[in-house]
Design a protein around this ligand. Structure first.
Ligand SMILES: [Zn+2]
Length: 390
């Protein structure tokens, strides 16, 4: 193991770790270890919790409870983990979000005293800060990397815990954690928080209260990373925990609108002897596909994404363009051509095409209007192709 990465999401409440708000963290917790009842120190304030995290002793011993010099008498009782690691030849680096001009020197002095080798303060949002941490991980060196993400705490104090702004910050933190997925082979990850929040007062977290005292913790051990890789689609650690069975059916259905199945049906009809109909099916599909591809590039509509711009797709995307849906067009083109030639097939094939169209929305790869446009193009292709060969 080369890295131990400790991610601290300030003010992240355990009930924010849900598949819809924090899919990456929820999935990591499902595959590895998730503790939703981790308990912080009292007072449940960042300074006290960070000092305990860095020293392994409670606020009674380190006395770093509020800004000031009250902690000085307790200094000889504590051994910061960074000092212990440095003595063993293992450096500790901290990457944090932007710190103000007033805070930076204090943070730098404190961390240097605690034995930290380097403090980087970069980025106003979690993903930017995490990108700076990721650059450090590229250096193959054994170390403790401490990544501090203040987004949730800031949103909680400003707008209230579990408010829309808070959940947006949690989604941002989750997207940042997703950026670290390439390193799960080379590192052990601990994602945790210093406190919950919003227990007694909506915008605070320092009073004794269960929701202030509890926070979530996820531990990712690198030995099990291969399992993680298999659990999620390529290039993503987005999970499918939400409605797992439904999503599985939808993923199966959506394949019926893929190139392999739709072209395969046309070829099969030709092979079965109905060359005219098979040609019409292939023509309808090909014509609709051509227009879909032209429109995709002309319109260049973005795929469905959350507020922080993260894609919501539950299956791999064929391309970046959302409008119109190629799967809906292909499935409709094939089904409608078959229905035009043999009307008694209509009750079987048209609902199937509709289901394919629906699956594109259910799997969050298309907006509803993309799918409606795809269906229209498929119908147009079918009518034109059938007229051409009849
Ligand atoms: Zn706070």
């Amino acid at each position: 193991m080369r890295h131990l990465v400790l991610v601290l999401a300030d003010g992240l409440r355990p009930d924010a770790i849900t598949p819809s708000v924090m899919p990456s963290l929820d999935a990591l917790g499902g595959v590895f270890t998730l503790a939703l009842h981790a308990r912080t120190v009292r007072p449940s304030a960042t300074v006290a919790a960070l000092a305990s995290l860095a020293t392994g002793v409670g606020p009674d011993a380190h006395r770093l409870i509020e800004p000031g010099l009250g902690f000085l008498p307790g200094l000889r009782n504590i051994r910061p983990v960074a000092q212990v690691l440095a003595a063993a030849g293992i450096p500790t680096d901290i990457v944090a979000g932007d710190l103000g001009a007033a805070t930076l020197p204090v943070a730098w002095a404190l961390s240097a005293t605690a034995g930290v080798r380097r403090l980087t303060a970069k980025g106003s949002r979690a993903r930017d800060t995490t990108a700076a941490a990721a650059r450090l991980l590229e250096q193959r060196e054994e170390r403790l990397l401490f990544l501090y993400l203040p987004d949730c705490d800031r949103a909680g104090h400003a707008h209230g815990w579990m408010s829309p702004a808070y959940l947006e910050a949690a989604a941002e933190v989750d997207a940042a954690i997703g950026l670290l997925s390439p390193w799960t082979d080379a590192a052990v990850f601990i994602v945790t928080a210093d406190h919950g929040g919003g227990g007694v007062y909506g915008n605070e977290h320092d009073l004794p209260q269960p929701i202030n005292d509890h926070h979530g913790a996820v531990v990712v051990r690198s030995a099990r990373t291969r399992q993680l890789r298999r659990a999620f689609p390529e290039g993503s650690i987005r999970p499918h925990t939400h409605g797992r069975a439904g999503a599985r059916v939808m993923r199966w259905v959506t394949h019926c609108g893929g190139a392999r199945v739709t072209i395969g049906i046309g070829v099969a009809v030709v092979a079965l002897g109905d060359v005219r109909l098979g040609t019409a099916v292939l023509l309808a599909n090909g014509g609709a596909h051509l227009i879909v591809q032209l429109l995709k590039r002309a319109v260049a509509r973005a795929r469905p994404a959350d507020v922080s711009g993260r894609l919501l797709a539950l299956v791999p995307l064929p391309d970046a363009h959302s409008f119109p849906s190629g799967h809906a067009a292909a499935a409709t083109a094939v089904a409608a051509t078959l229905a035009l030639a043999h009307p008694m097939l209509a009750p079987a094939v048209l609902p199937l095409a509709g289901l394919v169209a629906y699956s594109r929305v259910a799997l969050r790869v298309h907006h509803v209007s993309d799918v409606l446009a795809g269906v229209a193009l498929g119908l147009g292709g079918a009518v034109a192709a059938w007229r051409l060969v009849r």
